[in-house]
Write a protein that binds this ligand. Structure first.
Ligand SMILES: *[C@@H]1O[C@H](CO)[C@@H](O)[C@H](O)[C@H]1NC(C)=O
Ligand SMILES: *[C@@H]1O[C@H](CO)[C@@H](O)[C@H](O)[C@H]1NC(C)=O
Ligand SMILES: *[C@@H]1O[C@H](CO)[C@@H](O)[C@H](O)[C@H]1NC(C)=O
Length: 272
């Protein structure tokens, strides 16, 4: 009999899809057998159209910037315009609010800007999946730096923002002072080493397969009033470990507010 090598990428991808289907099916089944309450809670969706007060209380200015390609991006900013630019790039499925502490820390020394990348918050949301390809995401950053009127910027980036930030200096070295990246691998190096990734890393990354499926990820991420956000920040497995740093319900609602319009754009990052 032939052996399955879990390090083989094609095997990993098919196992990933099978696992993803399994997760979707068990979620749906437990919901259905959870009776009426289970079903209503699965489809529960609250109104998140108002920005919660905790976010309004943060001392930042809200604005929009239009780029050369005709895209419009929502951002918040603090500090004086004649200071060097620090550009904060959020991850999935986040927003400027993730940068609130950093903004306080650096507002004296920088003009610190946190923008919503395409598909997020009130930034433009192209309909086509291929408009979320890395080439567009990298180009957006370059155009935002230019549109804000700066010769260059320091990039501070997390998760998906980090994946993008690794690429920016490759194509636009003259626009970048420094790059500070949290929780995202050097994409070139990752591609090179991916052949050798172990099964345990694969088990942590299977969701990437899930997110590439059509429709189902939207259904899952939106279920239980975007329950994923609560478990991502505060859950036992994925969430913040230090109890005193967990987010309040209102803080999580800030993320729901910005994601609430349409989760398809952010998910398209995984599909493009
Ligand atoms: C959400 O965005 C996708 C494209 O990213 C679009 O096809 C879809 O119609 C949008 N849905 C809503 C409810 O606006
Ligand atoms: C990313 O990794 C590649 C391949 O190992 C390397 O050549 C490149 O210098 C790295 N990028 C940065 C910014 O360190
Ligand atoms: C948890 O967070 C609090 C507040 O930020 C901090 O004072 C404390 O040292 C942290 N505990 C651990 C174990 O890191």
């Amino acid at each position: 009999a032939s052996q399955i090598n879990p390090d083989d990428k094609s095997v990993q991808v098919s196992i990933g899809f099978l696992w993803a289907v399994f997760v979707v099916v068990t979620t749906v089944v437990t919901t259905l057998f959870g009776g009426k309450k289970g079903i209503t809670s699965f489809f529960e969706k609250k109104d998140h159209s108002k920005l919660p007060d905790v976010a309004k209380a943060v001392d930042v200015q809200h604005d929009f910037v239009s780029t050369k390609s005709g895209m419009k991006f929502e951002y918040v900013h603090a500090g004086e315009a004649d200071k060097p630019l620090m550009l904060c790039m959020h991850g999935f499925p986040e927003c400027w609010y993730s940068w609130r502490y950093l903004i306080e820390k650096f507002r004296d020394r920088y003009h610190i800007v946190a923008f919503h990348s395409r598909g997020y918050g009130n930034s433009d949301k192209p309909k086509e999946i291929n408009k979320y390809h890395m080439n567009y995401l990298v180009n957006d950053v370059a155009e935002i730096i230019e549109a804000l009127g700066y010769p260059r910027a320091t990039l501070v980036a997390h998760d998906w923002g980090g994946a993008i930030a690794w690429e920016v200096p490759k194509y636009f070295p003259h626009l970048v002072d420094k790059v500070i990246i949290m929780n995202a691998p050097n994409t070139t190096a990752a591609r090179y080493y991916r052949k050798g990734i172990g099964f345990s890393q694969f088990l942590k990354s299977w969701y990437i397969c899930l997110y590439q499926m059509p429709y189902l990820p939207e259904l899952l991420v939106q279920s239980k009033d975007f329950g994923l956000l609560g478990s991502a920040f505060n859950g036992k497995k994925m969430g913040i470990k230090n109890k005193s740093n967990k987010l309040t319900r209102e803080e999580i609602d800030v993320y729901k507010h910005y994601i609430g319009n349409n989760i398809s754009g952010p998910l398209n990052y995984y599909r493009a």
